[in-house]
Write a protein that binds this ligand. Structure first.
Ligand code: IPE
Ligand code: IPE
Ligand code: MG
Length: 248
């Protein structure tokens, strides 16, 4: 096995797009006798580390589920604290994104974010727009059903306006109406914290992703844990409906 940056990975089988449901911050805090926010703060350190590792390995797209549509239903004080953590984090992390040639994008209903968070994201997206390395995609105020509902409304509108013909709608058309347009479908989905569910994340796009679940809580998810997930992925046989013989 050849190595990438001294890591035991097959450079010919690096997933192009890794998506992560970063879960378990609250439980991590509880285990340490701390308030939930400390778990979220510690989770940001993991985001930093995993983003650097993904960039180092040469992954093209890393999508992180940071805040779901359903997360708006959490207690107001947690939502407010998460929003200010976002604002602080973007400002702090932008130099590292520049250093690592990372380009930031967001998906989701970002109009729902507080004005200051929206502004900070816009600045960071503009500043990193010409970077050519890893594409870091943050899913914020995102849920798949929100995205699909929004897409269907837009399609209906465009049909009515005569800009889209019903008989021309195919899978590519649908993909093009999603917020992930121009982003390839994930090859690997990782979820931390032992929960075995998708929680309204990229339902359309994950159709053929390999799934990897770990009991590790997000704040404890290290570079080594990430590499273990990638190594596991490299041993999967992706058949896309074909037989094993056909894909070998
Ligand atoms: C994930 O950690 C972070 C967000 C959803 C914002 P949680 O906050 O869901 O942590 P648990 O699931 O309560 O442990
Ligand atoms: C999923 O985690 C959303 C994010 C990681 C942002 P949750 O903790 O909100 O998921 P459920 O509610 O347990 O499924
Ligand atoms: Mg959770």
């Amino acid at each position: 096995m050849t190595k990438i940056a001294n890591i035991d990975l097959d450079p010919t089988r690096i997933p192009r797009h890794v998506a992560i449901i970063m879960d378990g911050n609250g439980r991590w805090a509880k285990r340490h006798g701390l308030a939930r926010m400390f778990g979220h703060k510690q989770g940001v350190t993991t985001v930093h580390q995993i983003t650097e590792t993904a960039a180092e390995i040469g992954i093209e797209y890393l999508t992180l589920y940071a805040f779901s549509t359903e997360n708006w239903n959490r207690p107001k004080e947690e939502v407010d604290a998460l929003m200010s953590l976002l604002v602080d984090t973007i400002a702090k992390e932008t130099p590292t994104l520049m250093k690592n040639n990372v380009r930031l994008q967001t998906i989701g209903d970002t109009d729902r974010l507080p004005e200051l968070a929206r502004q900070r994201f816009e600045e960071c997206i503009a500043q990193t727009a010409d970077n050519t390395g890893l594409n870091l995609v943050l899913a914020l105020s995102y849920s798949s059903r929100w995205e699909l509902t929004h897409a269907m409304r837009e399609m209906a509108h465009d049909i009515q306006a005569g800009q889209l013909r019903q008989e021309c709608i195919d899978e590519e058309t649908i993909s093009a109406y999603l917020t992930t347009r121009n982003i390839p479908d994930p090859d690997l989905l990782i979820r931390t914290s032992g929960e075995l569910r998708i929680s309204n994340f990229l339902l359309w796009q994950l159709a053929y992703a390999e799934l990897y679940f770990t009991d590790c809580l997000w704040p404890d998810f290290t570079k080594e844990e990430f590499i273990a997930a990638l190594q596991d992925y490299q041993h999967r046989e992706r058949r896309f409906g074909k037989t094993s013989e056909q894909v070998q």
